[in-house]
Ligand binder design. Structure first.
Ligand code: C5P
Length: 210
């Protein structure tokens, strides 16, 4: 059973994907981390994320980088959204994501193109979204918890930039799959969003864990 969870930055898709993985007893892959690792790799090597060659070289990162707390920063998120527009980078990271998706017991993947490109045959697809101001406020609170102080207006501007880049790129743009169920979490708390997500997925795959 493959569950695809897509949506824009800070929509709650990561929290929802982790909760779905727990509920259905299957592993979860946050595919944004792969692009964040690539973005940070380019910056650390002194390269420019907009340079396709530098980005492609960085996409061959060591798995240990996936545990680096620096991947959570907005710097990494911004670099990720730039390297992720290169078709070569996306192609390089594709196999790894597909292998994870096809694991025997099933999997939950969250990202931008899971239901459209990585696993178009997923058993259940969610498109999780929320208003930009709400997403910025959530992201701001999360950054504060991590000890990173960024003004709310900067976080909101970053989110808007990222939305525009993710939706506007030619390679696998952020778009709701035709067969995805939309979940707007703007007016839901975490428990409410998770319950709604479980309900939507259960409607497609049945209520009990796989
Ligand atoms: O989800 P997260 O904010 O960690 O993703 C960081 C960036 O990586 C996104 O803004 C997007 O540009 C890119 N990304 C992508 N495809 C995915 C996951 C993330 O292009 N499947």
């Amino acid at each position: 059973m493959i569950i695809a969870v897509d949506g824009p930055a800070a929509s709650g898709k990561g929290t929802i994907a982790r909760a779905l993985a727990r509920h259905f007893g299957i592993p979860h892959l946050d595919t944004g981390l792969l692009y964040r690792a690539t973005g940070i790799g380019v910056l650390r090597s002194g390269g420019d994320p907009a340079d396709p060659q530098a980005a492609l070289a960085a996409a061959g990162f060591d798995d240990a980088l996936l545990d680096d707390p620096a991947l959570k920063s907005d710097l990494a998120g911004g670099a990720a959204s730039i390297v992720s527009a290169h078709a070569g980078v996306r192609a390089k990271l594709l196999d790894r994501q597909r292998r994870f998706a096809r694991r025997a017991g099933g999997a939950v993947l969250d990202g931008r193109d899971i239901g459209t490109v990585i696993a178009p045959d997923a058993d259940a697809k969610l498109f999780v979204t929320a208003r930009a101001e709400i997403r910025a406020a959530r992201r701001h609170a999360e950054l504060e918890r991590l000890g990173m102080t960024t003004p709310l207006e900067t976080v909101l501007a970053d989110i808007r930039d990222r939305d525009a880049r993710d939706a506007g790129r030619a390679a696998a743009p952020l778009v709701q799959a035709a067969d995805a169920a939309m979940l707007d979490t703007s007016d839901l708390d975490v428990a409410g969003a998770v319950a709604a997500a479980i309900g939507l997925v259960a409607a497609r795959v049945g209520p009990s864990p796989a």
